[in-house]
Design a protein around this ligand. Structure first.
Ligand SMILES: C[S@@+](CC[C@H](N)C(=O)[O-])C[C@H]1O[C@@H](n2cnc3c(N)ncnc32)[C@H](O)[C@@H]1O
Length: 388
């Protein structure tokens, strides 16, 4: 991990693009999800198939970047577990790894697992697990475990049961990536008194709204949880050493925590030394995900804003890992202002530019933007002949 935070931004972008182009190349068939309840669970209420593809792609890019930044590229893992895989929104983007890695997806939802078994036919093993541990997996049988938006739903007791179980399944030195809701979401969701409790205790669990489609049909324990970074540093470090955290960007309103199984022969650090990558929120609206490129030049439009700062953002646009152009943020976006009413400058958070698409044999390109010195893409898309 040491040194990687200052590693050359351009080299990082090129390596990440190489991985992402491999991910797209492996994608000969696009899974179509037409079960609205499955989409609601993993994309969000009234989620669409397009959201399933673009959001899964972006999360996979985020996961790959975070691992890359931690010095453990995704291709270096032989046994990968997607804990709480749902209908494989992220898992299916890893199919290019299936020749060299054992991929497993586990979920409590039997309908989602049945869907994965029927539709994601690339050699991954999909297993159904109970609400409480154990997983039907041997001890030390995974080198990488990731759980996207799973601990965001568990109460504190179940959280610890599952952290211990993931620790059992993790091989020595294994990496575990878990996403959580932290302050950004808590301050916007909780009442002032609940927010104060959350800050005091570091953990807060509350029932989702009764009409929340994202939890409908799932077991009663599946509600909404919030964690402070301080709580994670105090409580999770008994089992895992935190390496890195990435807020926002590809993880949207969540924060990804990258951990490593603790070597019990080494003393626990009283103050874990983990790096925090704080990204803006942002999106790319044009080009639409997976659509055909326009030609040699592509129009790109999107927006970005840092929720905790009004400093101007320094954005860089990258096409297939090459710097395309500096993007300046000044385009008026009433829709972004409406979506973020508490952020005064959100109305001018838009950007637009034209980028040249390099010639290549496969006919698709990855486009993303970064902010400041951080190498992790804020948002990413692809132009390809995948859809439409
Ligand atoms: C918000 S969805 C995210 C699904 C998937 N990770 C993704 O990013 O698309 C949360 C998933 O966690 C699953 N889940 C919740 N608790 C779980 C547990 N203890 N073990 C396995 N899966 C669990 C739910 O069934 C659901 O599919």
């Amino acid at each position: 991990m040491r040194g990687l935070m200052s590693a050359n931004l351009s080299d990082f972008q090129r390596s990440l693009a190489h991985e992402c182009l491999g991910m797209l190349q492996g994608h000969v068939e696009i899974p179509r999800v037409n079960d609205q309840r499955l989409l609601d669970h993993v994309v969000g209420a009234d989620g669409s198939e397009e959201g399933f593809l673009s959001g899964g792609f972006l999360t996979a890019v985020g996961l790959m970047s975070a691992l890359h930044l931690a010095g453990r590229p995704i291709s270096s893992f032989g046994r990968i577990l997607d804990f709480g895989c749902g209908s494989g929104r992220v898992t299916h983007w890893l199919r290019h790894l299936a020749d060299n890695a054992e991929l497993t997806g586990a979920d409590i939802n039997p309908e989602a697992i049945a869907w994965c078994r029927e539709n994601l036919d690339f050699g991954a093993n999909f297993i159904h697990n109970g609400a409480s541990p154990p997983l039907p997996l041997a001890a030390e049988s995974a080198d990488l475990i990731y759980g996207v938006s799973v601990l965001t739903h568990l109460d504190e007791d179940l959280q610890f049961q599952w952290l211990r179980e993931l620790h059992r399944v993790a091989a020595p030195g294994a990496v575990v990536v878990l996403t959580v809701h932290t302050d950004y979401r808590a301050v916007r969701t909780l009442s002032p008194s609940d927010f104060a409790k959350y800050r005091r205790r570091g953990f807060f669990y509350q029932r989702a709204a009764s009409d929340d489609k994202t939890v409908a049909g799932l077991p009663d324990f599946y509600q909404v949880a919030f964690h402070t970074e301080n709580y994670i540093a105090r409580k999770w470090t008994r089992l895992f050493e935190p390496l890195l955290s990435v807020s926002h960007g590809p993880f949207w309103s969540q924060q990804a925590i990258v951990l490593q199984k603790r070597d019990r022969t080494r003393p626990r650090l009283s103050r874990p030394r983990w790096k925090h990558v704080k990204l803006p929120l942002g999106g790319i609206d044009t080009p639409g995900f997976g659509l055909q490129p326009e030609g040699a030049t592509q129009h790109v439009a999107g927006w970005a804003l840092a929720p905790d700062s009004s400093d101007p953002l320094d954005l860089r646009m990258w096409v297939d890992g090459n710097l395309a152009e500096m993007a300046c943020i000044e385009v008026e976006r009433d829709d972004v202002q409406a979506a973020f009413p508490d952020i005064p400058y959100a109305g001018n958070a838009g950007f637009m530019l034209n980028v040249d698409l390099p010639e290549n044999d496969h006919g698709f390109h990855v486009i993303w933007f970064t902010a400041g010195d951080s190498p992790v893409p804020v948002s990413a898309t692809c132009v390809a002949r995948l859809l439409g």
